[in-house]
Design a protein around this ligand. Structure first.
Ligand code: GLV
Ligand code: MG
Length: 324
């Protein structure tokens, strides 16, 4: 290990994160009683400009009046380039800061964006004598944000997670797609002719690089990587496949832009019984190996060593977090 220590963000379940537009209060109660881990009440892109102020009032009332149980509660504020942002932060934190857990900051481009928000939030927390520190979830969804993702991840002690905002990222990088997340038939490898002269087209994942880069910045700074939206909420299989790809890369959760996606995210992002059992077997086998003075042994015909202990521990810790 490096001598450089990585402090993990406060532990929180973040398998699913439901987006709820602040302009639609009829959806709030349902979100509060759903099985989702994190709810974010949105003031940004799901709210039209002429509804911003009413949405802010709706959100403040909902945070104070609805029983959110033990759900993590977040508010997505407007971007730093808008005049809505300062009132989003000031009004929401002054009037509902006791219950709120996180602020979600969209389109973060530089570490200085996070610094500016940190300063404002720190002043409001002190003035209001808020007892609980507000954490930050930052959306990486522009070319600038992705270029600076390393510095952004390290920009504040409030940072808890980075989220891949695939729709805005596509717009910012001018990717040739108009759907939110998912795959694209043009992002494919055409094989050379095979034995029967047939050529096959193998679809790839056009978001792989961006997501993998964000995961590295997160894990190097103790943050949770969270995959963003999948727009086609009728396509449960497509959503599940995208969530699985993200989980395999190291993501801990995925957004739900429709309540039907919550159960899908929770299922994919929770380790299965088989994975937990296998992780425990690895730990037992390595404990036996250590007793016998060995650093590496074979389990089911495969090599396991001290790195396997660390991999298996991640899985077992995740299972323990779920049973808390
Ligand atoms: C989320 O905000 C996105 O742009 O995908
Ligand atoms: Mg966005």
């Amino acid at each position: 290990m490096s001598f450089h220590a990585i402090d993990p963000a406060p532990a929180r379940l973040n398998r699913s994160e439901l987006a709820v537009p602040g302009s639609q209060p009829s959806l709030f109660e349902k979100a509060a009683s759903s099985a989702v881990d994190v709810v974010f009440l949105d003031l940004e892109d799901a709210v039209a400009p002429n509804e911003k102020e009413q949405a802010r009032r709706n959100i403040i009332a909902a945070i104070n009046d609805i029983d959110w149980g033990n759900k993590t509660l977040s508010v997505r504020i407007n971007g730093l380039d808008t005049h809505y942002m300062y009132r989003d932060v000031v009004d929401v934190l002054e009037q509902a800061g006791q219950r709120l857990d996180l602020l979600m900051i969209p389109k973060v481009g530089t570490a200085a964006d996070v610094y500016a928000l940190d300063m404002l939030v720190t002043q409001i927390e002190a003035a209001m004598q808020l007892q609980k520190r507000i954490g930050f979830e930052l959306i990486i969804e522009t070319a600038l944000g992705m270029q600076n993702v390393t510095e952004i991840a390290a920009a504040s002690r409030r940072n808890e997670s980075l989220h891949f905002g695939v729709a805005d990222y596509a717009a910012s990088t001018r990717a040739r797609t108009t759907v939110i997340g998912g795959v694209n038939p043009d992002y494919a490898v055409l094989t050379d002719p095979l034995g029967n002269q047939e050529r096959q087209s193998h679809w790839g994942d056009m978001w792989h690089y961006a997501l993998a880069r964000m995961v590295v910045a997160c894990r190097a700074n103790g943050l949770r990587p969270i995959d963003g939206p999948f727009g086609d909420f009728q396509d449960a299989d497509g959503y599940t496949a995208a969530a699985k790809r993200a989980a395999v890369l190291g993501c801990e959760g995925k957004w739900a832009i429709h309540p039907s996606q919550v159960a899908l995210a929770n299922a994919v992002m929770s380790p299965s019984e088989a994975e937990i059992t296998q992780a425990k077997r690895i730990l037992e086998a390595m404990a036996e190996a250590e007793k016998a003075g060995k650093g590496a042994v074979s389990l089911d015909g495969r090599l396991i060593d001290y790195a396997s202990i660390r991999q298996a521990t991640v899985m077992v810790e995740k299972a323990a977090q779920l049973s808390d």
